[in-house]
Design a protein. Structure first.
Length: 505
């Protein structure tokens, strides 16, 4: 069984002659405890083309020390990583293999580097005896196991914050280390340094070329959304907050880009991919829609006075939610484990490796992108006008839901064009987001009313009061009406955000 730990640490350059300064003088430190020397032996795994390292992930099997086992680390921010641990075994644990699947696909994971470290550890504690941080001096020997046979060695200092510690404490430690002449390491991790120092000496990787043509801008947007899907896969598997929603949004942005910019990317190629993205978004929606609905109903219920909550309302809502979420959670993981999803990721990689560009892709971005953005904006205008002409009721609800989808597409089109079209596109994105928010809340109210009616029927059949469910239903009706009243003003502001053709050149 794997467990997770948030790791906050900083690394510093050192030499064999480096000695730690007196760390008892660091603010907040009452004692420095020497924990002694330990020998660590870690083998790092990756694909032959180092896909994990390319995304700053590390996968290792380590023996020695107090945390022997398999460790998989995901970057969160500079100096912060989430470490997923699994017990020591001869082969890669399945739960860790699943978390790297979106990156490695069907490629074999092989040993690439072996690091053997002599670690000398000191623990810093506060006035209450609680640990604040561990400071270690590591003498490291690295040996390349794949892609060469070179070796290297270095010494470094590592300051790791104690669990639930204040990151600001590491600032105080760093000030003390700097005063003693110790400087931060240029390498983000031991593995990164080992790969750099033992690998082939090629040209250093540069930044992505600045987009110049319309095709460059669209492909940059497509590339970013594809990367987001791959990166969010393990977060969804770990049930991290908002991960399903963000992954679903990335699929929608991709699909929207293929439709909006079909004058740049050949639709005969992107069309089938868009359909697969539609499938993935729908499958992810099974979990995400239930998550949104649960939160909405709980919030509504929490806002009622106790005197208006009649019967076992909270218990029924909890049972209903757990039953639906447990099934949807299993469904989402099954989709990510399936071959269809893996094939989609491969198809997207192939599309980006050999993009199906049309002649318009070579044109300067201004006119081409603004024309596509305007087209989606006009589609949204027609759908809003049609919905507002209908009388209140189910038909109008459906029309407003279609307008919501058009608002998303128009917003995503402006997002993709923003680097080329500048401030007008940014303003349009902001105002279209407001339109989307109003229409989204309206649609969420429609879905909530359907659920509340079903819960009221269940309560009635069980002999429970249905008053509270009816009260919540009435609140949702008023919310929908309020959003419909709000829509004209929000849409009027969005309509004034004009996107003009950016100057070429």
């Amino acid at each position: 069984m794997a467990d997770s730990k948030r790791e906050i640490e900083r690394k510093y350059e050192a030499t064999d002659a480096t000695r730690l300064p007196d760390l008892s003088r660091v603010a907040g430190v009452s004692a420095v405890e020497h924990l002694g020397l330990s020998e660590l032996d870690a083998v790092y795994y990756d694909t032959e083309d180092l896909r994990l390292a390319a995304d700053s992930l590390t996968l290792r099997r380590r023996t020695g020390g107090g945390d022997a086992g398999w460790h998989l680390k995901f970057p969160v921010a500079t100096g912060i990583r989430d470490e997923i641990r699994a017990p020591l075994s001869d082969t890669l644990p399945p739960e860790l293999a699943a978390l790297i699947r979106s990156r490695v696909r069907d490629a074999a994971v092989v040993p690439v580097v072996r690091l053997r470290s002599a670690r000398d550890v000191h623990r810093l504690t506060g006035p209450d005896g609680a640990p604040l941080a561990e400071i270690s001096v590591d003498a490291v020997r690295a040996e390349r196991l794949h892609g060469g046979s070179a070796s290297t060695a270095w010494t470094e200092i590592e300051a790791e914050l104690a669990d639930d510690g204040d990151p600001a404490f590491l600032d105080a430690v760093e000030r003390r280390l700097r005063k003693a002449g110790v400087r931060p390491s240029a390498a983000p991790s031991k593995l990164a340094r080992a790969l750099a120092e033992t690998g082939p000496k090629g040209k250093p990787g540069g930044k992505r070329p600045r987009p110049h043509t319309a095709g460059d801008h669209v492909l940059a947007y497509v590339r970013d959304q594809n990367a987001a899907i791959v990166a969010l896969d393990p977060a969804v598997r770990r049930s991290l907050p908002d991960s399903v929603h963000r992954m679903r949004v990335a699929t929608r942005r991709l699909r929207s880009a293929f439709r909006t910019y079909r004058g740049i990317l050949d639709r005969s190629v992107t069309g089938p991919v868009a359909e697969e993205l539609r499938w993935l978004a729908a499958e992810l929606g099974v979990d995400r829609d239930q998550e949104v609905l649960d939160e909405r109903l709980r919030t509504r219920l929490d806002g009622l006075p106790r005197t208006l909550v009649l019967g076992p309302v909270r218990g029924r809502l909890r049972i209903w939610s757990v039953a639906r979420r447990s099934g949807s959670r299993r469904h989402t993981v099954a989709v990510l484990d399936g071959s269809r999803y893996l094939e989609l990721l491969g198809t997207l990689d192939a599309l980006l490796a050999d993009p199906p560009l049309l002649p318009a892709a070579a044109a300067p971005p201004g006119k081409v992108l603004s024309r596509a953005v305007h087209k989606d904006h006009r589609r949204l205008a027609r759908r809003i006008a049609h919905a507002r002409e209908l009388p209140p009721g189910p038909e109008r609800d459906v029309a407003l839901h279609k307008a919501r989808k058009a608002a998303k597409r128009a917003r995503y089109a402006a997002e993709a064009a923003r680097p080329a079209l500048g401030k007008p596109a940014r303003k349009s994105v902001k105002r279209l987001k407001a339109v989307q928010g109003v229409l989204g809340d309206h649609q969420d109210s429609v879905v909530a009313r359907e659920a509340l009616r079903a819960l009221a029927v269940q309560a009635h059949l069980a002999g429970e009061p249905s008053f509270t469910w009816g009260l919540l239903y009435g609140q949702e009706e008023e919310t929908a009406a309020a959003r419909e009243r709000e829509l004209p003003g929000v849409w009027a502001r969005a309509s004034r955000a004009k996107i003009r053709t950016a100057p070429e050149g």
